[in-house]
Design a protein around this ligand. Structure first.
Ligand code: OSB
Ligand code: MG
Length: 371
């Protein structure tokens, strides 16, 4: 398939409720939508680093720069046989996986559309619905948190992920546990603790949480192994896993028992699949993380989650949990049993609405191959 044109649109959507984590508060979400045109078909991807470089080193502006200056010039006019072949064309560009995933995932969508099959089929998916949970930001008080959790439990979400930071951990999680003794609950620290906090995690062990997500350094796997050896609750890595090699090393060191796979953080579906396959052969569970994606990235997450190793509910909540209005038709809607349906049309199975791109677009870029 020859890559003939690539179009970028940066959009900005207002969040229904601001989202506080250990690294800051977010009210508006900017992402870059990537459209690829190739031999009569198109495909959509989404580059979704955070607005600012506070989750990892990428931001929306660095992704725009890397896409326009380094990735697009390397793939434009080139022919590839499989979507993952694009990686070899820009492998010389180190890191910047969110930028790369926007491009690679647009190619996955285009290949699936060209074959007339849902992306899930191309990826090797085995489910037509996926179980989902919700990620809940730090609230003003533990009482407020319990009320927010209650709302999501009522809607049917399968597990509650609570953001924590030093000083906002035991009190908040004990309050949630007291109110909901049987609901699956986990905690995400976004790298806000150090090994000095091991006793805090040993105390949290009493609450029977599903896992501690990324408690320590954003690029660490050594200290996490020390923490895992000191606690009963499984450690799950998010920020630290950028490549299949990172996953292999983390497992070899016993730094975690679970991995949160974010397709953007690892550069696209090819690497996400390799990490999934590695974990499956080790009989270790994975789940699909999220980055407050728009409808394009959300659809990619949903198709990815159909692979057999995604045995824990992911962070891909319904569209109305984040935004008043999405940029795609149909938006993802929560079923009463806490699942999302996998779109059945070709590719990602949702269509980007041109009027919404106009309404929420901030800048565009178009590059065409010379014929
Ligand atoms: O650490 O998983 C995270 C959102 C933005 C950046 C990092 C994270 C998150 C979430 C929310 O937890 C996931 C989602 O609902 O899309
Ligand atoms: Mg996380």
């Amino acid at each position: 398939m020859r890559i003939e044109a690539i179009e970028l649109t940066q959009i900005e959507l207002a969040l229904k409720a601001s989202f506080e984590t250990s690294f800051g508060t977010m009210d508006r979400r900017r992402v870059i939508l990537v459209k690829v045109l190739a031999e009569g078909v198109y495909g959509w991807g989404e580059a979704s680093p955070l607005n600012d470089p506070d989750y990892n080193y990428e931001s929306v502006d660095t992704a725009w720069l890397i896409l326009t200056q380094y990735l697009i010039p390397r793939v434009l006019g080139r022919s590839i046989e499989r979507p993952g072949d694009a990686i070899a064309l820009y492998n010389g560009v180190r890191g910047h996986y969110f930028a790369k995933s926007g491009l690679e995932n647009a190619l996955w969508d285009a290949f699936a559309r060209a074959q007339g099959v849902p992306l899930a089929r191309l990826l090797g998916g085995v489910r037509d619905r996926i179980e989902v949970g919700v990620s809940i930001g730090i609230q003003k008080t533990p009482g407020d948190l319990v009320r927010v959790v209650e709302g999501f439990v009522r809607q049917g979400y399968k597990r509650m992920k609570i953001k924590i930071k030093p000083g906002r951990d035991l009190g908040d999680l004990r309050a949630v546990r007291r109110a909901f003794p049987d609901v699956p609950v986990m905690a995400d620290a976004n790298s806000s603790y150090t090994l000095r906090d091991v006793p805090t995690f040993q105390s949290l062990d009493e609450l029977n949480l599903m896992m501690y997500e990324q408690p320590l350094g954003w690029d660490d796997i050594i200290d996490h192994a020390q923490l895992q050896a000191a606690v009963r609750t499984p450690v799950c890595l998010d920020e630290s896993i950028h490549t299949p090699d990172d996953a292999r090393k983390a497992i070899a060191l016993n730094a975690c028992q679970i991995i949160n796979i974010k397709v953007g953080r690892v550069g696209g579906h090819q690497a996400a699949k390799e990490i999934h396959d590695l974990m499956l052969t080790r009989q270790l569970p994975v789940w699909c993380g999220g980055m407050f994606e728009s409808g394009v990235g959300r659809a990619h997450n949903i198709h990815l989650t159909t692979l057999p190793g995604y045995t824990l509910p992911g962070d891909t909540s319904a569209s109305d949990r984040y935004y008043y209005e999405d940029v795609v038709d149909e938006p993802a809607v929560l079923n009463p049993d806490g699942t999302l349906c996998v779109p059945t049309g070709p590719g990602i199975g949702v269509e980007v609405l041109p009027d919404r791109l106009k309404k929420y677009g901030q800048r565009t870029y178009l590059a065409r191959a010379s014929s």
